[in-house]
Design a binder for this molecule. Sequence first.
Ligand code: PRX
Length: 634
Amino acid sequence: MTFQIKSIEQYHSVYQKSVEDPEGFWAEIASDFIWKKPWDTVLDWDFNHYKVKWFGGGKLNITESCLDRHALHKPNQPAIIWEANDPHEDSVTLTYKVLYERVCRFSNVLKKNGIGKGDRVCIYMPMIPELAIALLACARVGAIHSVVFGGFSAQSIADRINDSECKMVITTDGAQRGAKSIPMKETVDDALTSCPSVKKVIVATRTRNPVSMIKGRDVWWEEEIKHVTMDCPAEEMDAEDPLFILYTSGSTGKPKGVVHTCGGYMVYSTYTFQNVFQYHPGDVYFCTADIGWITGHSYIVYGPLASGAITMMFEGVPTYPDAGRFWDIIDKHKVNTFYTAPTAIRSLMGFGDEYLEGKDLSSLKVLGSVGEPINEEAWNWYNEKIGKFNCPIADTWWQTETGGIMISPIANITKTKPSFATLPLPGVQPILVDDQGEEIVGNGVNGNLCIKFPWPGIIRTTWGDHKRCQDTYFSIYKGLYFTGDGCQRDEDGYYKITGRVDDVINVSGHRIGTAEVENAINMHTGVVESAVVGYPHDIKGQGIYAYVICEEPPSDIHISKQDILMTVARIIGPIAKPDQIQFVTGLPKTRSGKIMRRVLRKVACNELDTLGDVSTLLNPEIVAELIEGKLKLD
Ligand code: PRX
C-alpha cells in the first residue's frame, strides 16, 4: 500500500500537490502498477470539446496488476471469499493462484468462442465467483464487458446488447436471491429474440433448473472449460482502450453506456480503494453491492484485486434468512471493512436491534456508505450499533461516470460528520456553481456540484454517441464536468450531497430516469400520458410517484395499477416499478405546453404550503384535483 495517506497533515499536502502538479502526482501513483510499456504523456484534456486521455501511449493489461503479480508473490492468499445465498451452503475461497488460473482458463473459452480484443460481451449473472471470473477474463482477452444487473428485464437487456452490439452473453441457468428463484437464462432467451449481434451464449450452472439450450449458440461453462488450457497470456491494451461499458440512467432518453478505459480506471479505483478504506494486507473487506453496478466493478473486483486484497462476494440479500444476515457474515468471516448502502442500513435498522444480539462485530475497523445521501439517524445507528463508536464511517460520494470515489472521509484520518461526505480526495477539484454557472465561492453555501479538472477515472465517452457525453456532462456549465447533484459546503469546507437536481430519482441507491419510467407507463394500453417524480421514502430514500392519465377512467383502480406495474417491470425491470400511482384527468401545464414538474413534486411530497404560484398554468384548476387525489391515496 505504497501511496496510503497517513495523517490529516499529509492529506492536505498531498491534496495541494495533486492540484499544483496533477501529472506528477498521478504518474507517481501509476508507476506502482504493471505496465507492458510506460506512457508517453500523462494527461491530455479539453472539457470544452470533450476529450481526456490519461497515460497516453502506455500499454497494459489490467489483469496483470489484479492477478499475475499477486499469484506470483502470494499465491495462497485468498482473493475472493464467496458467501452463498443459503447460509447452510459452504462458502468458497479462491486464492490468487486459483483465481488467476480460472480466469486464464475462461479467457481461453472466450477466445475459442470467437471473442477477441474490442468485442463486446454482455454479462447477466447473479453474484457467484464466475461473475468476477467472467469480467476478468474479458479484460484479459481485451474484450469490453457490459454487465447488466440481474433485476433488469429482457427488454432492458436487449436494449443494452443492441446499443453496443454485443457478440456474446454470459449468464447462468438461474439464480437464488433470498427465497426467490430467478430464471436468468429464460430472461436472456427472451432478450435474444431481438439481438442479431449475439452469436454465442455461455451458461454457467447455478440452480440447474431446466433451460433451453440452442444448438450452435448456447454452451455450458463447465463443459467449455474442460477443453482449454489454463495458459493465456494477457492481451496488450492501450491505456485508453475501453475496459467496460456500464449503462446508467439520466434525465432524458434511454440509459447511456458509460465507457471506462484500462489505464486511468485501474489507477483511480485502486488508489481510492487503498486510501478511503485504509486497507491493510490481510484485512477481510466486504462490499455488499452487486457487480451489476459501478460499486461492484470498482470496489469488489478491480480496486481490491489490484491491491491484492481479500474481497468478499455475497450472493444473497440482507434479509435472508433473516435481517441479521450481514452481521452473521461479518461474524463468520471476521470482516474488517464493511461497505454498504444507506437503504440497507435504514431497512435493517427498522427490523430492530434483536438481530444484532449474539453477533460478534468486533473484527470491524472501517465502515463505508455509498449510493445516496445517508440521513443522520441512519448514520448514528450505523456508528453506534455496528461500529460501536469505534469505526470511522466513510460516506463516499461518487457516480458511475466518475469510476471511483470522489468526495469521502479517509478512514481514521478525516474527522467525520454525520451525513457529510466531507472532503475531496487528492486529484479531485470540486466547485459549486449557481444556475447561471457562476462559481459560488466561500463556505456556508449551496450550489450545483461540478468538477473542474479531470481525474484518471473520469468517463471517456458514452458508447456510440460522444456528443451525448459532451451534451450531458460538459455543456451545461462551460468548461466543467456537471454531476447532476446539488451540494452544500459548510463552514468547515465539508461537502454534503443534497440529492439530484435533474430528473433522475435515486431509489434505494439505484438511479432511475423519470423519462424512462414515463415511457414505460405510456406503453400501457389505455394510457394517454404520465408524469413521474420522486418523493421521500423512509427506506428507499426516494420512491417513484406516477401521475397517469387514461383514455377512460379505470373501472377497477387496484387491478389497473397492478397492470401498469407489470408493464413497467416487463419494459425496464422490477426496480423501476412506481411506489404510488395516481390516476388524474390532466397534468399541470405551462402555456407553452410543458409539464410543470415542480407542482407535481410538491403534491407528491406533501409540501402543499410551498406550492408557489400556479395561476400562470394553462389549467390551474387541475391542482385541486391532484391534491384531492393525493390525499385519498394517503
Ligand atoms: O446523487 C448521487 C448519488 O448517487 C448518484 C450516482 O449514482 P450511480 O451512478 O448509480 O452510482 C452510485 C454508486 C457510486 C450521485 O449522482 N450518491 C452516490 N453516493 C452518494 C450519493 N449521494 C449522497 N451521498 C453519497 N455518498
